[in-house]
Design a protein around this ligand. Structure first.
Ligand code: IPE
Ligand code: IPE
Ligand code: MG
Length: 256
């Protein structure tokens, strides 16, 4: 197939390097849907629709590369600041995505988890999110975290409250609180920290994404707008990740 040979060429040049580990957890700040649409004279919602297509592609790519954890930032705590009509479009698209794609995701062994604040979500949205999680809970090929109504700082506030309640009830001593206790109180409990964070659209900021978890993540900022982020772009980001020397405060590849 023509598409495959194109991919193979790109994999051979800018894609994953054989023999070097691929990231176990890739987290993506999917940005640029609105600009993708306005550049074509289309309404912003059309960009979001195409963005959903790109999510489908990213899931396929993650499975192809053997990446076990993929997290996508789909609606931030701050995205409520957008016009009500756009917020409604984004909610509607999430519902549509779960309705249309859940069976296929399930069939492909994808486990869906939602991270973010459930409180204050419309009940119909809460319901589809719960259904997606429950139906796929026993799948293990790819764990797909959808960050929805998610803010990294808000997540830390919720975690601190739950730990404070445990202390107040005498279930936890303040001195017992350590890195693992906090990590376990976050929405991402049990999920490894992202090795690689990709942000599309050329913006170079984290926008309240995985504040605690990205302490030692590698960041790749790519110019493509999210609807244009395809398999080759994903492959290139992994190749870039593999070229990095992760030191975690030590000496990494310089050692010895
Ligand atoms: C990302 O695209 C999707 C969400 C934030 C929900 P944007 O909607 O932010 O697109 P731009 O940044 O305006 O182009
Ligand atoms: C971050 O994108 C949130 C998501 C991708 C869901 P934004 O477009 O909302 O971020 P800012 O406002 O440019 O920082
Ligand atoms: Mg944006």
């Amino acid at each position: 197939m023509a598409g495959d040979s194109k991919t193979a060429t790109l994999l051979g040049t800018a894609g994953p390097v054989p023999g070097r580990p691929v990231p176990a957890h890739v987290a993506i700040i999917m940005d640029g849907n609105g600009r993708w649409a306005s550049r074509r004279g289309l309404p912003r919602v059309e960009g979001h629709r195409r963005g959903v297509e790109a999510v489908r592609g990213a899931v396929r790519s993650a499975i192809h590369f053997g990446i076990p954890f993929l997290t996508v930032y789909s609606f931030s705590s701050e995205n409520w600041r957008r016009p009500a009509a756009e917020v409604a479009d984004l909610m509607g698209l999430l519902k549509l995505f779960v309705r249309r794609d859940l069976a296929e995701l399930h069939g492909n062994g994808v486990r869906v988890r939602i991270i973010g604040d459930r409180v204050g979500l419309p009940p119909d949205i809460e319901e589809v999110l719960r259904e997606a999680e429950e139906r796929t809970a026993r799948n293990a090929r790819l764990s797909l975290q959808v960050a929805f109504n998610y803010g990294g700082r808000q997540e830390i506030v919720r975690a601190v409250r739950s730990l404070a309640a445990a202390v107040a009830e005498g279930r936890l001593a303040p001195g017992e609180i350590d890195l693992a206790t906090i990590a376990d109180a976050l929405d991402t409990s049990g999920i490894p920290d992202p090795d690689l964070v990709i942000r599309t659209s050329g913006e170079q900021r984290v926008s309240n994404f995985l504040t605690w978890q990205t302490a030692y993540s590698e960041f790749v900022f790519t110019p493509e707008l999210w609807p244009d982020f395809d398999h080759a772009a994903f492959a290139a980001a992994i190749g870039e990740y593999q070229s990095r020397d992760r030191r975690f405060g030590g000496l990494g590849a310089q050692a010895g």
